[in-house]
Design a protein around this ligand. Structure first.
Ligand code: ADP
Length: 453
């Protein structure tokens, strides 16, 4: 990748005082940045080699709870350390934070210095390496949809999440007038991200009140996941700086459409798309047909990584542009998999199942693993579906996390691709989400039954 900030340039910036802080970050299971803020001088003198963090960072939930049942760490093992190894190729300025640069870290075992297999970056790197061994590269893009709210995160939390007023009063799909009113947030999001080496293409209004979409140029899979993570973080931080809130919950209200993170994908060989065949009616190569057939065959098993929470499944509703079925179709936004750019060199498949709450590393890794299996098995692709994909009941996306988790648990394909340790780890993650949801009494139950039950 083209480096945005070399280590030598960072050293110069530290010497001339333009950078005083370096964030050393890992990506956790939820796809969030976690880490430390280094005094820049200390980072360039020593911490650039490695730093440390508690190993519970890859075994907590969104609220930093410490569930039991993980083989990797526990109260019994004493929650020891991981090594955070800065990947200096990811060094970049964060222009929306004064005097600040950041670096992403890989997570290594404290004793063996081997990469921790269930760390999201390691999971994706392994699938990228499998493709590389086949002489192939996955070029991918994740779209980021999210909602902007009038109030700040803190005010919303203090008011018990009851004052959720989106920043606009109407559906703002492609709306220039309404999105102009959101430019105090979105303009810095676009421009600062570009300056941070995240190749934003555009932002646009989406099909709900307060909903925005950010598009980033496709890139090799690991870079795409890094871009996604940094962009999501930037949106939240810049919204916070402006006294607003941004949510990436995939469904924050049952009467509103949800937010997705579609995954565009093409496989390249020797610098050009191996998905394109000019002689095919749709421009699809045999390799693309095998790959897409793999995505379809293994979609149920991969769903846990595209819809990781109980809430994620509320998004899959008829007539909302979120899919309900695992079928493919040509430029049709009702299907789980949409063929885009048919007949051109940009021919690609867009997986529409993922919500805005995905961990992009895990989602992309699962897609690549399914695609590789499709190639290995030389799977034949069924003809594309036509018409409204919401009509019909075959090939349904799992209806809930419980079913998706069962499919993940039993997935020989993902066990072979990721390793048993990794699959068991993430099955426990999903199981914990279910246990917590089963335990907690929701607002819905109280309002419904308090008087009337
Ligand atoms: P849409 O109309 O669905 O928003 P866009 O043309 O904006 O489609 O492209 C959506 C995403 O697809 C962008 O992030 C773009 O970089 C990505 N993309 C374009 N070509 C390819 C490709 N060959 N492989 C993977 N992603 C691609």
């Amino acid at each position: 990748m083209s480096e945005v900030l070399t280590f030598e340039e960072l050293k110069t910036a530290v010497s001339d005082g333009s950078v005083d802080t370096v964030l050393a970050c890992l990506v956790d299971m939820q796809g969030r940045l976690m880490g430390k803020r280094f005094v820049a001088r200390h980072f360039v003198d020593s911490a650039w080699e490695e730093t440390h963090c508690c190993d519970y960072l890859l075994a907590t939930d969104l609220e930093m709870a410490t569930p039991d049942g993980y083989a990797s760490t526990s109260w019994q093992s004493g929650y020891g350390d991981y090594v955070m190894k800065p990947d200096l190729s990811t060094l970049r300025p964060l222009p929306w934070l004064e005097g600040t640069a950041m670096v992403l870290c890989d997570i290594l075992d404290h004793h063996t210095h081997k990469e921790v297999a269930h760390s999201p970056r390691a999971v994706l790197k392994k699938q990228v390496a499998r493709l590389e061994a086949m002489g192939l590269t996955a070029m991918m893009a994740t779209e980021l949809e999210f909602f902007l709210f009038e109030k700040s995160f803190d005010d919303i939390r203090k008011e018990g999440f009851r004052s959720l007023e989106p920043i606009s009063g109407y559906n703002q799909d492609y709306h220039i007038l309404q999105t102009t009113k959101e430019e105090d947030i979105m303009r810095p999001v676009r421009n600062y991200l570009v300056a941070a080496g995240v190749p934003v293409e555009n932002s646009k209004g989406e099909a709900e009140t307060g909903q925005e979409e950010l598009n980033i140029r496709y890139a090799p899979a690991l870079e795409t996941a890094d871009h996604h993570t940094i962009a999501k973080h930037a949106v939240k931080e810049i919204a916070w700086q402006k006294g607003r809130a941004a949510t990436f919950l995939s469904k924050w209200h049952h009467n509103k459409v949800g937010s997705s993170s579609h995954v565009h994908q093409s496989i390249w060989k020797d610098g050009k798309s191996a998905f394109f065949d000019a002689n095919d009616e749709l421009g699809m190569s045999a390799l693309m047909r095998n790959y897409l057939a793999g995505l379809l065959k293994y979609a149920v098993e991969c769903t846990c990584f595209l819809a990781p929470y109980v809430n994620s499944y509320k998004r899959f509703q008829k007539g909302t542009f979120a899919p309900t079925r695992i079928i493919w179709s040509v430029d049709n936004r009702t299907a789980g998999f949409r063929l885009c750019g048919d007949g051109t060199e940009a021919v690609r498949v867009e997986c529409r199942i993922g919500g805005s709450d995905i961990n992009p590393y895990l989602a992309l890794a699962a897609q690549i693993a399914a695609g590789i299996k499709g190639i290995e098995e030389a799977l034949e692709l069924v003809p594309p579906a036509k018409g409204d994909a919401y009509e019909g009941s075959s090939g349904m996306i799992p209806k809930n996390l419980r079913d998706a988790r069962e499919a993940l648990k039993g997935s020989a394909m993902l066990r072979e691709a990721f390793g048993d340790e990794v699959i068991d780890h993430y099955c426990r993650t999903a199981e914990w989400e279910l246990e917590e949801f089963d335990r907690v009494v929701t607002d819905y139950e109280v309002a419904r039954g308090f008087e009337r039950s």
